[in-house]
Design a protein around this ligand. Structure first.
Ligand code: ATP
Ligand code: AMP
Ligand code: MG
Length: 199
């Protein structure tokens, strides 16, 4: 078994938190797991070249730069997953279905990216706009001010699903929505693990 799971959700919803718990649970059940953060790949490339200083600056770069790096990153992740020996392997990509850039909404999982990643499952992690806002405010390690208005988050929640649905249709990946309730990240992780075990 070799499965690729792509996890998406609005900034601050709790993707990285839920995925870290889910990966532990999967390991306890005997899976080899690799969680790769798409933004980490982009960031290390850009840091090496002195183009940005932090991950929250990436989405503000010229779109042509982001697009080029997006495809490079997808290929690098695919290669990393292919390097893992056969077996009960689950590769999880922590990423975004859509990114709010100065040029407009931009898909995180367009066709060329999906061709590289070849996901079996797309998981949309959701929470209420109020919960996302309060999580963003408590997390001083990040700059998510371009996503921190309740009205914007309300609009983006629906839009976000649409982008994820389109990526599911064009890739043939299953799609599941997991709600990351307040102080219940472990429960969200369990739901995700159950969906992965059904692949
Ligand atoms: P980004 O897309 O910007 O990387 P993210 O979706 O990965 O964001 P996290 O960094 O995992 O979000 O979480 C944002 C903040 O919310 C963190 O401080 C985290 O501890 C907190 N958090 C995550 N899940 C929950 C939860 N279920 N209840 C309360 N706080 C949570
Ligand atoms: P994150 O830590 O998940 O917020 O990722 C940091 C940044 O990486 C995001 O704000 C985006 O600028 C970028 N990023 C992550 N995933 C993608 C993707 N699939 N396509 C393009 N950019 C991405
Ligand atoms: Mg994250």
């Amino acid at each position: 078994m070799r499965k690729v799971v792509v996890a998406v959700g609005l900034p601050g919803v709790g993707k990285s938190t839920v995925l870290s718990i889910a990966s532990e649970r999967l390991r306890e059940r005997g899976y080899a797991v690799r969680v790769v953060n798409f933004g980490d790949f982009m960031l290390s490339y850009l840091l090496q070249r002195g183009i940005v200083r932090s991950r929250d600056e990436i989405r503000k770069l010229p779109l042509a730069t982001q697009r080029e790096l997006q495809e490079l990153t997808a290929r690098a992740i695919r290669e990393e997953f292919e390097g893992v020996p056969e077996g009960r392997f689950v590769g999880i990509v922590d990423t975004h279905a859509v990114i709010r850039t100065p040029a407009g909404l931009w898909p995180g999982l367009p066709l060329n990216v999906l061709r590289e990643l070849r996901p079996d499952l797309i998981v949309v992690i959701e929470a209420s706009p109020e919960e996302i806002l309060s999580r963003q405010l408590r997390d001083s390690s990040r700059v998510r001010s371009d996503y921190s208005s309740k009205q914007l988050l309300e609009e983006l929640l629906t839009t976000y699903r649409y982008y994820a649905i389109v990526s599911s249709v064009i890739s043939g990946a299953a799609l599941v929505v997991v709600v990351n309730r307040e102080n219940r990240a472990a429960q969200a992780a369990e739901e995700l693990v159950r969906a992965i075990e059904e692949l």
